[in-house]
Design a protein around this ligand. Structure first.
Ligand code: SIN
Length: 526
């Protein structure tokens, strides 16, 4: 293991830059990998981290009707294990458990909550290797990147353990002499946290960390594709002494679980990371009981490279922004918009860098690009590429399934992409880099903003004034000369249809707090 894992988000960079050749494992090596995956699974069992039941009120539980769903390793198609296929009844019980636990957890001192979270963080870090293996096993990302996710994910718990002690209120100077006016911040209540498969740990900790720090309790619904990391994290929460009912995990029938969370008046907040389409449904569903809601939805990130950019910085930054997690993040560069003076040079240097990305099973040394999550994801990528090439885009590299089979797809570069192609309109969520061309800064800004999404944007330029001007585009996060910008200490979230609210940083606490005004009257002395 040669990569230093930094505190910034699951960083593929050093890996991306030190590779020298594409490398397809031989069938023998492929068999070896599947045996290794079995070895990793048995090590996880002995560490007590391969949990395959839900957690309700501190008790590990099967689905009440005994139904299960299979969890697959996307790299091999092997079934890792099964987990309960839960629905309405289990979710209602988890909500009741969280509701009952709220009355005590919200009254525990901030210092105590902070200690519990710190203990959880310590356990996550001390099991970094096993958790990384679990992420690779069920999600497919390369082990180094998976361990980077553990560092990133655990970072939210550490950060919010500290923030728990800083939930300050206010005193407002009263306009009337006999009154005193206070502002208190109080936990929202029970939180329903619905999380995606692309970051099986970090998207949970980014929500649960601040929720618990504020005194809320949670019902987590992880993705059915990657529930095992969530369950391992919940096991470590139990070991950290977080009381029963404070953290609950249910999984299985997504719509039944979602409906139960939305319908319950006891659930006061929904937090969701995932597709814009599902986010809109949740937002509409939350209206029935007027819940607070935060949504981290899809992006369509522009990555703008100006003629005055440092070519090496732009190539390295774009590589990280595009190919992190094999292109499966909401902040992945989706449109690489390059100025005409540097266009050919950029496409040439960028393609050479992309060609060096080693594709393979996440447990193989040197691999930086894993499989896509499932067959539907590959078919989506294929249809976007087909649409682009049928309308005139040129294939510079890739544009086909990888010879490894399964859901592996070749890192791809397309040039001469136009704004009206599907790949420039919607998130491809795969390892395809479409490169578009522009002439002027105004045109680049128009192209960048010509979308309903507004999550991340990237700019590569050496002109300070330009970087300020362009950073004001309609996006929630902007990387200037940097392609990897996610961290627990900074606010993460989108504008327009990319979502509501912010996660991470001190701003992430506000999402789980109600602001209360208390007026003390009759304060004149006798
Ligand atoms: C996401 O893809 O939703 C999260 C990416 C990140 O945290 O950087």
């Amino acid at each position: 293991m040669t990569l230093m894992i930094s505190r910034m988000a699951a960083r593929p960079f050093k890996l991306l830059s030190h590779l020298s050749s594409m490398h397809a494992p031989t069938p023998l090596l492929a068999r070896q990998i599947s045996m290794d995956a079995k070895g990793f699974a048995s090590r996880l069992v002995s560490a007590g981290l391969l949990r395959n039941q839900g957690l309700i009120g501190g008790k590990w539980s099967d689905a009440y009707d005994g139904n299960t769903i299979k969890v697959h390793n996307p790299a091999t198609g092997d079934v890792i294990t099964t987990v309960p296929c839960m629905g309405l009844n289990e979710t209602n019980d988890a909500i009741s458990a969280a509701y009952n636990a709220f009355s005590s957890w919200s009254k525990v001192t901030a210092a105590e909550r902070s200690k519990c979270l710190r203990k959880w963080y310590d356990l996550l870090i001390s099991h970094k290797e096993e958790l990384g293996q679990l992420i690779t096993l069920e999600q497919g990302k390369p082990l180094q990147e998976a361990m980077g996710e553990v560092t990133y994910g655990a970072g939210f718990i550490e950060f919010f353990a500290e923030e728990a002690k800083r939930v300050y209120g206010d005193i407002i100077p009263s306009p009337l002499a006999d009154r005193r006016m206070l502002v208190l911040k109080q936990p929202v209540g029970v939180v329903g946290a619905i999380t995606p498969w692309n970051f099986p740990l970090a998207m949970i900790t980014r929500k649960v960390g601040p929720a618990l720090a504020c005194g809320c309790t949670v019902v987590i619904k992880p993705s059915e594709l990657t529930p095992l990391t969530a369950l391992a994290a919940a096991e470590l929460a139990v070991q950290a002494g977080i009381p029963p009912g404070v953290v609950n995990v249910v999984m299985g029938n997504a719509s039944a679980i979602g409906d139960a969370l939305l319908a319950s008046p006891q659930v006061r907040k929904i937090t969701f990371t995932g597709s814009t389409a599902v986010g809109k449904k949740l937002m509409a569903g939350a209206a029935g009981t007027v819940k607070k809601i935060s949504l981290e939805l899809g992006g369509n990130a522009p990555c703008i490279v100006f003629d005055d950019a440092d070519l090496d910085v732009a190539v390295k930054g774009t590589l990280g922004a595009k190919f992190r997690n094999t292109g499966q993040t909401c902040v992945c560069a989706n449109r690489i918009i390059v100025q005409e003076g540097i266009y050919e040079k950029f496409v040439d240097a960028f393609s050479k860098a992309v060609q060096k990305l080693q594709v393979g099973h996440g447990f193989s040394e040197g691999v930086v690009q894993g499989p896509l999550i499932n067959e539907a994801a590959v078919q989506k990528v294929e249809s976007f590429v087909k649409d682009a090439t049928s309308k005139g885009a040129k294939v510079v590299l890739g544009a086909k399934r990888h010879s490894l089979g399964m859901t592996f797809y070749e890192p791809t570069v397309l040039s001469d992409v136009k704004s009206d192609m599907l790949i420039a309109r919607e998130e491809v969520f795969g390892p395809v880099a479409p490169v578009l061309r522009f002439k002027t800064e105004d045109e680049a800004l128009r192209m960048a903003n010509d979308t309903n999404a507004g999550l991340a944007a990237y700019i590569f330029t050496n002109n300070v004034q330009r970087s300020w001007r362009v950073a004001e585009a309609e996006y929630g996060l902007v990387g200037v000369n940097e392609g990897l910008i996610s961290t627990e200490v900074a606010p993460f979230g989108g504008v327009k249809q990319s979502g509501l609210g912010r996660e991470g940083s001190k701003y992430g606490m506000d999402e789980y707090l109600e602001v209360k005004y208390v007026c003390l009257g009759n304060m004149s002395s006798n």
